[in-house]
Design a protein. Sequence first.
Length: 146
Amino acid sequence: MEQRTRTRLVAGLVLASVFASGVLLGYAADRGAAVAVASVASEGEPVPPTERRRRVPVYELMEPTDEQRVVIDSVMREHRAHMNQLHEDFDVQRTAYQTSYDSLIQNTRDAIAAVFPPEQRAEYRRLLAENDRRRAAERASDDAPK
């Protein structure tokens, strides 16, 4: 057998063995993940994958008395009110941030456009609009339920 043929044969065998080991490793990893999911599911009630289970608060594991539950409920109502206010404040701040951000981007784009003569400026704005449409489509597809 010629040296060149032998080299090709050995390279082909090495490539095939690497491919086969990758397939076996992937299969083993997939089975391991399935076993982990099955063991978690078997600990509790069977839950369809589309439904989220409500987490049990840790304080429930303490089996509080009725008096303790009344106090805990009061604490949770106060917490919920503060958390709702925090979310509202965040939404206001996020809106203000987005407005400032958009304004800064537009001012930057306008300053750059001013550098170009009218025909280049039109092409620059066309390319920006095209880029904005593409990015909006990407964001929409990223936000779409999977």
